[in-house]
Design a protein around this ligand. Structure first.
Ligand code: RAM
Length: 487
């Protein structure tokens, strides 16, 4: 099957659309120690070139330049040499280049940037830099984008969200064009959902689903959380149980959007394998566990206890799958419907504290979190007015652990929408995502904690991705629920 899935993934490799961006910079005469900043006017992903010329006298030695690509204005002043984070510093977008001759110089690597800083490190004579060009690339076809008919802050939030998604769409749905430039399941799911309401690039979704279907499972049967595909296919090494489940959700979403039963059935063996692997993690209380060699993501908060959330993800996916199987009248439809019922009962019995009226339990060391509440609601372990109260209590409490990433904030909004709290969902989007807009964001960030602008999951903010796919979902919510809704 692996070969077949890879072949299908190849057949769906998208074309990249190009857009030449010419920033408004006059001819610039520079000497050693001078620098200039080029503003592209928006965040783009692509290739940079310029012309190096001499002034009066020919340059009789190579010219050495430092070129730094910045996703945000703030990065222009960041000192990369003091970087002290957990990920490799080579993700920082800076180059030291030596140019031998005058003429057009094309930088061959792809960058994600709005601002480009060029500093002259060495030159024997004055130089002139001109003809700056940025060839922006994306597999999103902007001609497909429908107008968004909402108003005020929502319109701006939508356009930043759409830009975020566009700049993450390339050979695959990347998580971020600066970092990791890779296909991850959690990101893919949210990108694909937003894509259905914006660019609707279906081959790209198909390609990504096939790439995961082709992945090597671990000894428990789980597919990895990410895969590499360029220049060659390499299966990933980090096995996240929630991401494996969300692969199933992504296939169900694809079916719901396209009714492509053939593709669903083609991927069904992988779906079944993930669901059976998850079923095997259940403990004697019928609650999910995290097996050796596996992990769970949920969010980037330190110290977050994740069992209740993981049970919620399991329920959420079981219910989505049971629905699709029911629609296509699949022979396994009762299997998953039954598993759903059982897992829902055990969530009620083992994870909910009736006295505290919250999802606080021994499995999660009595930690109180928004994450548990949200995922229990999305999983249907609690419904109606009680669910509404649980959600709002957890958000308003001083003691609860709160979401750290736009990824988790997405699921908070989804829970609100599920409970028909549309006004609250709209306010939540305005409050959280608009905070980034007010900081001047052209694209939404990987991590954003309003009360802690320095936060990084990797210990140093400089490595954070400032255009990160999982934060693009306001465009999904706005276009699906608020556009023309007159809210
Ligand atoms: C980070 C990336 C990616 C995410 C994983 C879990 O490496 O931000 O988007 O899916 O974590």
């Amino acid at each position: 099957m692996k070969e077949l899935y890879l072949k299908k993934a190849d057949e769906n490799l998208p074309e990249l659309n190009e857009d030449i961006v010419i920033p408004d910079v006059p001819h610039t005469i520079l000497e050693k120690g001078n620098d200039i900043v080029i503003d592209l006017g928006n965040h783009y992903v692509g290739y940079f070139s310029f012309n190096l010329g001499y002034v009066d006298i020919y340059i009789d030695a190579p010219v050495r330049l430092y070129v730094k690509f910045c996703e945000t204005r703030r990065e222009l002043d960041d000192e990369f040499s003091t970087y002290d984070g957990l990920l490799c510093e080579s993700w920082l977008q800076e180059e030291f280049i030596n140019i031998d001759f005058p003429g057009v110089y094309k930088m061959h690597r792809r960058y994600a940037a709005r601002y480009i800083k060029i500093k002259v490190l060495a030159t024997p004579k004055k130089i002139m830099l001109s003809d700056f060009k940025f060839k922006a690339v994306s597999s999103a076809d902007v001609a497909q984008l429908k107008n968004c008919n909402c108003y005020d802050e929502l319109k701006k939030i939508d356009s930043v969200a759409v830009n975020t998604l566009k700049n993450c769409m390339h050979r695959v749905f990347e998580d971020g064009p600066k970092r990791d430039r890779r296909l991850w399941i959690g990101d893919l799911r949210l990108e694909a959902l937003t894509n259905y309401y914006t660019f609707n690039n279906l081959p790209l979704v198909r390609r990504c689903l096939y790439l995961f279907a082709a992945a090597d499972t671990n000894d428990k049967g789980f597919i990895p959380g990410y895969v590499y595909e360029n220049p060659n296919y390499v299966s990933g090494y980090w096995f996240l149980e929630d991401y494996a489940l969300l692969f199933v959700a992504s296939v169900c979403d694809y079916y719901n959007h396209t009714e492509d039963k053939d593709m669903f059935c083609e991927l069904y063996p992988v779906i079944k394998k993930q669901m059976d692997a998850m079923h095997k993690t259940l403990d004697s209380d019928s609650i999910v566990t995290v097996l050796e060699g596996c992990d769970v993501f949920i969010d980037w908060c330190q110290g977050l206890e994740k069992i209740t959330s993981l049970q919620g993800v399991y329920l959420y996916v079981l219910s989505k799958l049971a629905d699709v199987l029911d629609i296509i009248d699949h022979e396994d439809k009762y299997v998953y419907a039954k598993r759903y019922e059982d897992a829902q009962k055990s969530a009620e019995n083992m994870l909910y504290d009736k006295e505290k009226q919250a999802f606080i339990n021994a499995k999660d060391n009595y930690q109180y979190s928004v994450h548990s509440a949200v995922w229990m609601i999305l999983g249907g372990a609690v419904t109606g007015k009680n669910a509404e109260r649980i959600l709002l209590d957890s958000l308003n409490s001083y003691d609860s652990v709160k979401p750290f990433t736009p990824y988790m904030h997405h699921y908070v909004v989804e829970a609100m929408v599920k409970l028909n709290l549309l006004k609250e969902a709209e306010e939540y989007i305005k409050k959280y995502w608009n905070g980034m807009v007010e900081l001047g964001a052209d694209t939404f960030y990987e991590a954003y904690v309003p009360e802690n602008p320095e936060f990084s999951p990797y210990k140093d903010r400089k490595i954070n991705s400032m255009c990160h796919a999982w934060s693009c979902t306001p465009a999904y919510f706005i276009r699906k629920y608020f556009d023309n809704a007159g809210i």
